[in-house]
Design a protein around this ligand. Structure first.
Ligand SMILES: Nc1ncnc2c1ncn2[C@@H]1O[C@H](COP(=O)(O)OP(=O)(O)O)[C@@H](O)[C@H]1O
Ligand SMILES: O=C(O)[C@@H](O)C(=O)COP(=O)(O)O
Length: 422
């Protein structure tokens, strides 16, 4: 095992695992710390999925260090800290505190921070993060239920989360290729910067950044910045061989369901498209759950009563006004926890009734569902859309799972994803 990755949420982990697998590393994803029986023969990269994006910073640090220690003990020679391509965080963290702790654990003084992912519209220019051409702070991320992003300047955002200095390697350097980027890293480190935000607007930029980062003990970013790393490590002789990714996923036979707990714009569009296409749907909401009007048992019974070979969708996705109203009544975290808890319970009850194919939308939501389903590890299957693969559970219950980041996927994602299952 060469590369150890720590992801701050489950869909983020899957996104990174897909990128590494696509670029030739044999990759497994563990849900939480890898268990002792996880087979690592012939594995190049292990991605540990945490659910640490929105927990208190001290807990996120503790969990991330535990993951780092386990990965280092398994032989990792590089660590990768994966966070969201929209840099989801608050002034308290958790990107800065976790990155600080990982640098210290590795005895390293410098790393990069690059959430760019052009295939999904995330680009960085002069340190400003854009989502499909709109500055982050004006994008729908300003209204995220848990981590509203109101500043597009990543040097400033990260600067509020760490006592260390944050620099910038901008597009002028990045556009000149790997050697220029390496020289810019040395300049920033020489200037006393512990972090450099790195601009990137094209995949070509990400490949050059990967080549320039091959020697860094720690890399932080979105999945995009992992794009150039496998080839760079292969070139440096650190990884023996690159492999063809899996083209198909053999899914266990059984029924299927969509569980959408993300309120992101892309998910809301996908929910609307599925309803328009006639997929039977059941809407849940945190106030209904809190009052007892909606119970997991009733939702489960409804799903089971739908056509066995058809699709059914349970969703809580709401627009910012509706989310705000629920949060005002229940509190932000409690509202989220109620929906996550219900969807987790429903998933587990459905698995007990023969459902084996789950499409889940939302990072936190996926974390809750997979915890409820008790999946310890995943094999990575084919890409459905950039950043979202089908996965298959390893050990335990045989399940096929598509865990979709809230803002990823085409409008017809909920309808077309099934075509990639064998
Ligand atoms: N109607 C709603 N009102 C308030 N919070 C909600 C509602 N629906 C879902 N949530 C919560 O919002 C959060 C969405 O986060 P997540 O699942 O990570 O989605 P995304 O990937 O879009 O960020 C979850 O905690 C979820 O439980
Ligand atoms: O990098 C990304 O955008 C994703 O991998 C991711 O982490 C998204 O998180 P959620 O929007 O919470 O699913």
């Amino acid at each position: 095992m060469f590369l150890g990755c720590i992801a701050d949420d489950l869909t983020g982990a899957t996104d990174l695992a897909l990128m590494l697998a696509r670029e030739g590393l044999r990759t497994v994803q563990a849900n939480g710390l890898p268990t002792d029986d996880l087979a690592l023969d012939g594995v190049d990269a292990v991605v540990v999925a945490l659910k640490s994006r929105t927990i208190p910073a001290a807990e996120a640090v503790e969990q991330s260090l535990a993951a780092a220690d386990r990965l280092l003990a398994l032989g990792a020679q590089r660590l990768f800290f994966k966070y969201c391509s929209t840099f989801d965080s608050t002034d308290e963290g958790n990107i800065g505190p976790v990155a600080d702790a990982l640098l210290d654990r590795l005895g390293a003084r410098f790393t990069i921070a690059c959430p760019a992912f052009p295939a999904n519209g995330r680009t960085i220019e002069h340190g400003l993060l854009y989502v499909n051409g709109t500055p982050l702070a004006e994008s729908s991320m300003k209204d995220h239920p848990l981590t509203p992003m109101r500043d597009s300047d990543l040097v400033a955002v990260l600067g509020r989360q760490t006592a260390r200095k944050v620099g910038l390697v901008d597009i002028a350097d990045v556009g000149r290729g790997a050697d220029a980027i390496r020289a810019a890293f040395a300049r920033e480190e020489g200037d006393g910067k512990a972090y450099a935000i790195v601009d990137a607007v094209r995949d070509e930029d990400l490949r050059a950044i990967g080549a320039a980062s091959a020697d860094l003990p720690l890399i932080t970013g979105g999945s995009g910045v992992a794009m150039g790393l496998p080839a760079a490590w292969r070139e440096a002789g650190l990884v023996a061989e690159l492999f063809e990714p899996a083209a198909r996923l053999e899914a266990p036979s059984g029924r299927r369901v969509i569980l959408a707990g993300s309120c992101s714009t892309a998910t809301r569009g996908q929910v609307a498209a599925a309803r328009e296409a006639g997929v039977p749907d059941f809407k849940v909401d945190p106030r209904g759950i809190a009052s007892g009007a909606i119970a997991a048992e009733d939702v489960t019974t409804w799903v089971v009563s739908q056509k066995p070979d058809g699709l059914a969708m349970v969703w809580s996705s709401a627009d910012p006004e509706e989310v705000k109203a629920a949060q005002a009544e229940l509190g932000r975290d409690a509202a989220g926890a109620l929906v996550e808890g219900l969807l987790g319970e429903v998933a587990s009850a459905l698995a007990d009734r023969g459902f084996t194919r789950f499409l889940v939308a939302g990072g936190e939501t996926s974390g809750a569902v997979v915890q409820a389903l008790k999946v310890d590890a995943f094999a990575i299957g084919p890409e459905i859309d950039p950043g979202v693969p089908w996965t298959r559970s390893v050990g335990g219950r045989q399940l096929a799972l598509a865990l979709k980041s809230g803002n990823f996927g085409a409008p017809d994602f909920f309808l077309k994803a099934w075509e990639k299952l064998a």
